[in-house]
Design a protein around this ligand. Structure first.
Ligand code: CA
Length: 328
């Protein structure tokens, strides 16, 4: 396996609001190997970089457009134009407008951040690669492709065409393309890559079925995708037929029942490596309550995964700390 990597999760979001341009510039300055983009589509077919296909958890949409929620109370990116979205104030992720998810991070509602397009972010990263003499990669995630299709939009086609336009079309390029949806990854691998005359490294993200992360829409019904097969023996062979890496939740690699004296490793990394799949678990945070009890501090947490579990990369909100760890 090649050099171990640091993936800056939503940018350097431990320090600046997730998916702000500022958080991406900071991640670049910290020399993360890859910077992540979560990609969703607007009403007028722009690709924007936001963790969810909702606007209500990171912007003031509810006060600017109070009448525009759907019946579930949520404000969907796909119901707004890019111009409307860019008129909003973006901030640190929050539970309620006065309660941040990570209260020790950048203050809420400070500094007037803004949602940006995928094109803008790629231009930022490529521009910094030029001015800093680097080749820092991108790590886009296609969010909820089945939901977008249900709404009449083909987000994968749109994303591949942007990637191709910016010169990402070969497995040797500094890019991983990630998705939770196994069917969509297979569609990309088996149909879309030949249509676009491109090949990229694909990452199968692995959720827990109970999260309801991946929904499919069949005859008007929403069906929660069952991930259980991915944890059974032989699953990695199947995944390796269409993907180059997996992105599991870290408790699937080190059993949460582990203690400092007794770390319990699952077979997942071994099985993935046997099939030439790189392993990039998420999400490594040093905030209060985010370091598992079997690790005394953040550095030990990284050591357990990078060295003892032998993963190939981690998604982290604190790329400076992971870069410093690997440089030692
Ligand atoms: Ca993501």
């Amino acid at each position: 396996m090649s050099k171990k990597i640091v993936i800056s999760h939503r940018g350097a979001c431990g320090y600046l609001p997730e998916h702000s341009m500022e958080a991406k510039a900071m991640a670049h300055a910290m020399n993360a190997d890859f910077i992540e983009q979560d990609v969703v589509m607007t009403k007028d077919d722009y690709l924007v970089v936001l963790h969810d296909h909702f606007l209500d958890g990171v912007t003031n949409v509810a006060s600017v457009f109070p009448q525009r929620a759907r019946t579930d109370g949520r404000f969907y990116v796909i119901d707004f134009t890019l111009e409307e979205i860019q008129s909003l104030h973006m901030t640190e992720a929050f539970k309620t407008p006065d309660k941040a998810i990570f209260p020790e991070r950048f203050p809420l509602w400070q500094c007037g951040f803004q949602v940006h397009t995928l094109d803008q972010e790629i231009e930022l990263i490529q521009g910094l690669n030029k001015s800093r003499g680097k080749n820092i990669g991108i790590y886009p995630e296609i969010k909820a492709p089945a939901f977008h299709r249900f709404e009449g939009k083909d987000i994968s086609m749109a994303l591949l065409s942007v990637l191709k336009k910016y010169g990402y079309h070969s497995k040797s390029h500094a890019i991983f393309l990630q998705c939770f949806d196994a069917q969509e990854l297979q569609r990309i691998k088996n149909e879309l890559f030949s249509q676009f005359d491109m090949q990229l490294k694909l990452v199968q993200l692995i959720a827990e079925t109970a999260w309801g992360e991946t929904c499919h829409y069949e005859k008007g019904e929403v069906i929660n995708y069952d991930y259980d097969w991915m944890f059974k023996s032989g699953a990695m062979q199947k995944v390796s037929s269409y993907a180059d890496a997996i992105g599991p939740w870290f408790p699937r690699i080190v059993d949460p029942k582990s203690t400092t004296d007794n770390l319990i490793f699952t077979e997942l990394v071994n099985e993935a490596h046997q099939h030439n799949l790189a392993v990039h678990p998420f999400t490594f945070r040093r905030d209060k309550g985010e370091i598992p009890s079997y690790a005394n501090d953040f550095e030990t947490f990284l050591d357990i995964f990078y060295i003892k579990a032998d993963v190939d990369g981690v998604f982290t909100d604190f790329p400076d700390l992971a870069v410093a760890f690997l440089n030692k």
